[in-house]
Design a protein around this ligand. Structure first.
Ligand SMILES: Cc1cc2nc3c(=O)[nH]c(=O)nc-3n(C[C@H](O)[C@H](O)[C@H](O)COP(=O)(O)OP(=O)(O)OC[C@H]3O[C@@H](n4cnc5c(N)ncnc54)[C@H](O)[C@@H]3O)c2cc1C
Length: 462
């Protein structure tokens, strides 16, 4: 990058806001990467005005800019090369205000998700977005990827939790849509253009988030099933019987459960590891004693009817945390190397046969391979962790084909919640039509004609 441009960036952000050379290349490229950042210049603006000036300058110089949040993304959406300018949102951080009457929270994009959850909690309210990376990921990254997580079944994805946003366009124009109302049909709802756009259409700097009443009770159970048909059967039954209190329905195929519920990770499994399917279920309500009694009654009925064959209900916060620790122990799959992670969505009715087919293909092509399946079944979202059992150059691509190709004919998606980034770019056409991708490109060209914002991510323009 030329010295003159670096000097002008320095004029905007000052000493504290500009890092060069070793100070950049010594930074990790992200928690999933073994390597460091490839770029050599990084800016850390502290205000929206600074973001605006940086983008106006970069646009004039046709300088590529890669926005970075907490770098917990799973699809190489914030990867850089040595020509990129990194724009880190880390100093544009903090909860600005909470409105307890309108139940909204206004926050800067670089704020960690966990800090937002805590601020809402301290105000006696609840921000429901929750994922394993809560301590490191930023709300800007969550919105840019339209993150899902553990409570989508009840509260929706990030998109459903954003009332207003402020975004800086490639030419530096600030689009302030800091709406605080649930209803606002005055023309296009522009925030939705930027939510899930992975930093390719604008850099988001502030949000108005929707808060909810704080749940007063939580009841959590691990249950086991004899056959897959019973998994959605219980989901529908419990969803209806709990009258809207169901907040999580996380499924685990036997291999994943056996991996996380046995030594060395876990001394005593809460349920035997012999069953083919398990679900972690959580309901949040208003009265701990009454809700627990009802929760137990609903699960007892399911046990009596044979929909589930075993169940354990957490009796304390510690037991609840222990059950969640099993579901959250995805990194136990890293015992098998190399290991590749996938995030797909498909209709529940296709899940069993899809997974059987994937397993068949994996064991046919990789006799020493491993395939662990788990996910947010209530949202139609499965995660797979697949190891070929040995390291060769082609195995990753071969496994990607095995997992993604069947999705096209059953109307599934190659990305349920992690986005596209670089990793899923070659497979976007399996889930989106040529016309849809064409319109995405038209929007990109209209908003970022010099293609400076996160170029090459999601799709190539050429
Ligand atoms: C343990 C663990 C569990 C996870 N569980 C889930 C889960 O359940 N559900 C889920 O959806 N994801 C999950 N993830 C993935 C990841 O945490 C999410 O994708 C998260 O939303 C990324 O946020 P980030 O701040 O780390 O963004 P980054 O990784 O830094 O960036 C992600 C993308 O957003 C862009 N971006 C970042 N900030 C901005 C901004 N302000 N404006 C415009 N573009 C921006 C980047 O350019 C990049 O394209 C998990 C990750 C880990 C490590």
């Amino acid at each position: 990058m030329n010295r003159d441009l670096i000097q002008q960036l320095h004029n905007i952000v000052g000493d504290a806001g500009l890092l060069c050379d070793d100070a950049v290349t010594s930074r990790s490229a992200g928690i999933w990467h073994q390597e460091n950042l490839k770029a050599t210049v990084l800016v850390r603006p502290k205000t929206t005005s600074e973001v605006s000036q940086i983008l106006a300058l970069c646009n004039a110089h046709k300088q590529p800019v890669v926005p970075q949040g907490g770098l917990t993304g799973l699809v190489h959406g914030a990867d850089t090369n040595d020509k990129d300018l990194v724009l880190s949102l880390e100093r544009l951080s903090g909860v600005e205000s909470i409105d307890p009457i309108g139940r909204t929270l206004t926050v800067l994009a670089g704020t960690a998700l966990e800090d937002i959850q805590k601020a809402a909690d301290d105000a006696g309210l609840f921000f429901p977005l929750d994922l394993g990376a809560r301590g490191s990921c930023q709300i800007g990254g969550n919105v840019a990827t339209n993150a899902g997580g553990n409570r989508v079944i009840r509260y929706g994805m990030a998109r459903a939790l954003i009332l207003g946003s402020e975004t800086v366009l490639a030419d530096g124009t600030v689009i302030s849509s800091m709406n605080t109302m649930l209803k606002n049909n005055a023309g296009y709802d522009l925030k939705h253009l930027f939510i899930g756009s992975e930093g390719t259409l604008g850099i988001m700097t502030r949000f108005v988030l929707r808060l909810f009443p704080k749940p007063q009770s939580a009841n959590t159970a691990m249950v086991a099933f004899e056959k897959f048909d019973d998994v959605p059967r219980l989901l529908n039954h419990i969803d209806e019987a709990l009258g809207g209190q169901l907040s999580s329905y996380e499924v685990m195929w036997k291999d994943f459960y056996a991996l996380v519920a046995t030594a060395p990770h876990c001394k005593t499994p809460p349920l035997s590891t012999e069953h083919p399917f398990y679900a972690l279920i959580e309901a949040q309500g208003t009265d701990q004693q009454a809700d627990l009694a009802h929760f137990e009654k609903v699960l007892s009925e399911a046990l009596e009817n044979g929909v589930i064959i075993d169940a354990v209900i957490a009796q304390s916060q510690r037991e609840r945390d222990n059950l969640w620790a099993l579901r959250d122990s995805v990194d136990e799959c890293n015992r098998f190397r190399p290991i590749y992670y996938f995030d797909v969505s498909l209709s529940i009715r296709h899940m069993e046969s899809y997974i059987e087919n994937v397993r068949r293909e994996i064991s046919h092509n990789f006799p020493d391979g491993q395939c662990f399946v788990f996910g947010h079944l209530g949202d139609g979202n499965l995660h797979l962790a697949v190891s070929p059992g040995h390291n060769d150059n082609n195995s990753h691509t071969k496994i990607e084909h095995i997992i993604y190709s069947p999705l096209a004919s059953i109307g599934g998606s190659v990305s349920a919640e992690h986005g596209v980034g670089l990793e899923k770019k070659p497979y976007l056409h399996l889930s989106r039509s040529a016309e849809e991708i064409g319109l995405m490109k038209t929007l990109k060209q209209a908003l970022d004609p010099n293609n400076i914002l996160n170029p090459g991510k999601v799709f190539d323009l050429a």
